[in-house]
Design a protein around this ligand. Structure first.
Ligand SMILES: NC(=O)c1ccc[n+]([C@@H]2O[C@H](COP(=O)([O-])OP(=O)(O)OC[C@H]3O[C@@H](n4cnc5c(N)ncnc54)[C@H](OP(=O)(O)O)[C@@H]3O)[C@@H](O)[C@H]2O)c1
Length: 338
């Protein structure tokens, strides 16, 4: 059945409604993708709550991340063919290089419609083939969180073997950052508020974990563990964590500013930043070209994304969002059959 989830008549999980959706026929340069799996990002919870974009217009089909199979192509399409397993890039118009404002506005799920639908026509130029060894739900976990972690560490961060990375928490972005940093030969410290999740992070290759609830000065603990401090911080907490991140990072190191789980704005200790030559690097997901480079590395390393143990069906989107809001998950929350 062709159907879509829409945020209608106001914000909040109770404003999510599932209804018919006709994906139509692909126009010139377009391909129609029949989605088989979807994944959630914290951004989706903010969008549904009306906290992401104050100018957001409704109705809106949420979600940026999905994987599926091309089932029709429009005139002139050579990049993909019927039967290809693909994901849409997070911002399909951003192909390579620095993004233009228009590239950024093409981000799926806000400001324009996303992929919480059974099928959709998209520009073929914004589609990426998925690594063959991944299941549908694993493939659907890649577009936003994985590309963001990849961009922070490899494209903007230029990580080197032997360096130390501090990763905050065990959510979607952070689990990919842990796996990618281990793949690069780095030593990884993971902070987590959950001993069970910390144990799983160690099984994935973290050399040390710190419970940020028991050790609120975890930045200093990370510095003790490394002597000089860490080379990279994957900063997803925002206002509530930036101070400790700046204590954890070594002189000349990089703090990748990615998320605002613990608040969007707060005082910035400028003196410490300039006296230590630290780089605060904002990260906005990544381009299609970055997604493709990442997929080559995922294939070469036979890497399998960390998928949360609780799997949801397409029709269970509100319950999946509630699990994300509760912070009960580890890695990526996914919807789909396999
Ligand atoms: N800039 C970008 O391009 C970009 C792209 C993707 C995501 N983001 C942002 O990055 C953030 C993470 O996104 P996500 O989808 O990975 O989220 P997520 O999967 O919901 O991650 C949540 C996890 O983060 C940890 N956490 C929560 N509050 C924390 C705190 N105060 N200190 C340390 N860790 C904390 C918790 O891990 P434990 O349970 O282990 O403690 C929690 O389970 C969000 O703010 C999102 O909007 C930005």
């Amino acid at each position: 059945m062709n159907e879509a989830w829409r945020i209608e008549g106001g914000f909040g999980p109770d404003k999510l409604a599932r209804g018919p959706h006709d994906p139509g026929e692909p126009g010139p340069g377009e391909a129609r993708v029949r989605f088989t799996a979807w994944s959630l990002n914290y951004r989706d919870a903010l969008i549904v709550a009306g906290l992401y974009n104050p100018k957001q217009k409704l109705p809106l089909v949420p979600l940026s991340d999905a994987a599926g199979v091309v089932d029709a192509v429009g005139p002139g399409v050579t990049r993909v063919a019927v039967g290809d397993r693909v994901c849409p890039a997070f911002a399909p118009a951003w192909i390579d290089g620095r993004p233009s404002a228009e590239d950024m506005r093409s981000a799926l799920g806000s400001p324009g419609d996303g992929v919480a639908m059974r099928a959709r026509c998209l520009p073929a130029s914004g589609l990426v083939r998925v690594p063959a060894h991944l299941s549908d739900r694993e493939a659907a976990s890649l577009p936003c969180a994985a590309t963001t972690a990849w961009n922070a560490l490899f494209e903007l961060g230029a990580i080197k073997p032997g360096e130390t990375v501090l990763v905050q928490g065990t959510g979607g972005v952070s689990s990919f950052a842990l796996q990618f940093a281990v793949m690069a030969g780095a030593r990884v410290i993971v902070t987590s508020g959950s001993p069970e999740k910390a144990a799983r992070a160690r099984a994935l290759g973290a050399f040390e974990t710190i419970d940020y609830r028991k050790e609120p000065r975890w930045g200093e603990r990370a510095r003790e563990l490394t002597g000089e401090g860490v080379e990279h911080v994957i900063e997803v907490g925002g206002a509530g964590t930036i101070d400790q991140s700046l204590r954890a990072v070594r002189a000349g190191g990089t703090v990748s500013v990615i998320g605002v789980l613990a608040g969007p704005a707060g005082p910035v200790p400028l003196t410490r930043i300039l006296m230590t030559g630290v780089r605060l690097q904002g990260v906005f997901v990544g381009s299609r070209a970055m997604f493709e480079r990442m997929n080559r590395a995922i294939e070469a390393a036979a890497l399998r994304p960390v998928i949360d143990e609780r799997a949801f069906g397409f029709e269970e989107l509100p319950a999946a969002l509630a699990r994300m809001q509760a912070g009960a998950h580890q890695g990526k929350i996914t919807l789909g059959a396999s």
